[in-house]
Design a protein around this ligand. Structure first.
Ligand code: FA5
Length: 348
């Protein structure tokens, strides 16, 4: 029994040595057959069981099985080592560079919202005329949106703009005019500023009315400002936007925060003033309300109306974009249809 056990140990030592120095999967497979296969030398040891005294057979069987497991484990370990070495070699050979750009798949470029394009254009024109571009919040107080603008509580003019109220007593600004007094308080006079932004009204929507739309407010305050200044700046703005010398006219219009107040019309671009369906045969298209800043509003902003005068206008950016791009329904602007937006490029 002892000699056969020594033989077993020697076989295991030899197997482990050969496995340890095997250089590839084929050699491992050959060794597996050589030691563990049906005719393998370890399997053959079990077959020599008959030469062993009966009482020692279980011990011998156990030893052989342990020897087989040892060899099987060694084969597995060597297999993993060889695989790892293969992967390492492949990576080294490939000169893999993780900083290279990915595959060049065609990517879809977005486009600007038409209102953003028109807004950028208006901002650029006013910046060239020395105006500041200001940005005020959409959640506003009753005071800045109404009272400071000469619209006290219970004033019928509050009904001109149906309001979305907030739970804390504030509101979503109904017009960018809400920034007028903020700008006066912040910068004093003289002042030239425009402030574009989103405004909200509790309104039923139709082709030209949205509950959420964009305006841009213009405000100029200085000594001896008159309606003539207002008309000159408006002509400059509109000619730059439409790309030709526009003709404008003022009609009286009522807003509590301007005195006098006007509606500014431009001569119809579709018919040149002859009369057509676009201008409802009047030759004129209503474009924006404006006027000279009311003395009470100057006072709200901490300015002395004896010393300072000014003009203000409130241009509907959404409507301007509709005219410029001949868009017939305002609700496209707030819809999510990317095919609509894909028609517009980048701001010029
Ligand atoms: C105002 O909002 C005044 N704050 C404008 C103003 C400013 C007057 C400074 C005098 C001095 P109005 O409610 O008319 O006014 O709105 C101004 C412009 O916003 C309109 O001419 C129109 O172009 C646009 N607008 C008004 N309501 C809507 C709406 N529901 N959807 C889309 N555009 C609208």
């Amino acid at each position: 029994m002892d000699s056969i056990l020594n033989e077993l140990d020697a076989l295991v030592v030899q197997a482990l040595e050969e496995i340890g120095s095997a250089g590839d999967e084929n050699s491992l497979r050959e060794l597996e057959v050589k030691y563990l296969g049906k005719k393998g030398s370890l399997t053959a040891m079990l077959r020599s069981m008959g030469k062993i005294p009966k009482d020692q057979r279980p011990v011998f069987g156990k030893k052989v099985n342990e020897a087989k497991a040892k060899v099987a484990d060694a084969l597995q370990v060597r297999r993993t080592e060889l695989k790892d070495a293969d992967i390492r070699r492949e990576l080294e050979d490939e000169e893999f560079d993780p900083t290279l750009p990915g595959l060049e798949l065609p990517s879809r470029r977005g486009s600007f919202h038409p209102v953003s394009i028109v807004q950028a254009e208006v901002e650029r024109i006013f910046e060239q005329m020395g105006f500041r571009i200001l940005d005020y919040g959409e959640a506003e107080s009753d005071w800045y949106n109404f009272e400071a603008l000469n619209i006290p509580k219970d004033h019928p003019a509050r009904d001109m703009q149906d309001t979305i109220w907030l739970k804390d007593g504030g509101l979503l600004r109904t017009h960018t005019s809400a920034g007028q007094v903020r700008a006066m308080q912040e910068y004093g006079a003289p002042l030239r500023a425009v402030f574009p932004g989103k405004v909200y009204r509790y309104e039923r929507t139709d082709a030209s009315h949205e509950h959420t739309f964009h305006q841009v407010e213009g405000l100029m305050i200085d000594r001896n400002i008159s309606t003539a200044n207002l008309i000159a700046v408006m002509k400059e703005l509109l000619s730059a936007i439409f790309g030709y010398e526009v003709t404008v006219r003022l009609r009286p219009g009522y807003f509590p925060f301007v005195e006098p107040g006007f509606e500014l019309d431009i001569q119809c671009m579709a018919c040149g003033g002859e009369g057509c369906p676009v201008c409802k045969y009047s030759g004129w298209v209503e474009l924006l309300p404006c006027g000279l800043v009311h003395p009470n509003v100057l006072r709200s902003g901490g300015l002395d109306p004896e010393e300072w005068t000014g003009w203000a206008f409130g241009l509907g950016l959404s409507r301007l974009a509709m005219m410029k791009y001949k868009i017939t329904h305002i609700t496209h602007f707030m819809g999510g249809d990317l095919r609509f937006f894909a028609q517009f490029g980048e701001p010029v």
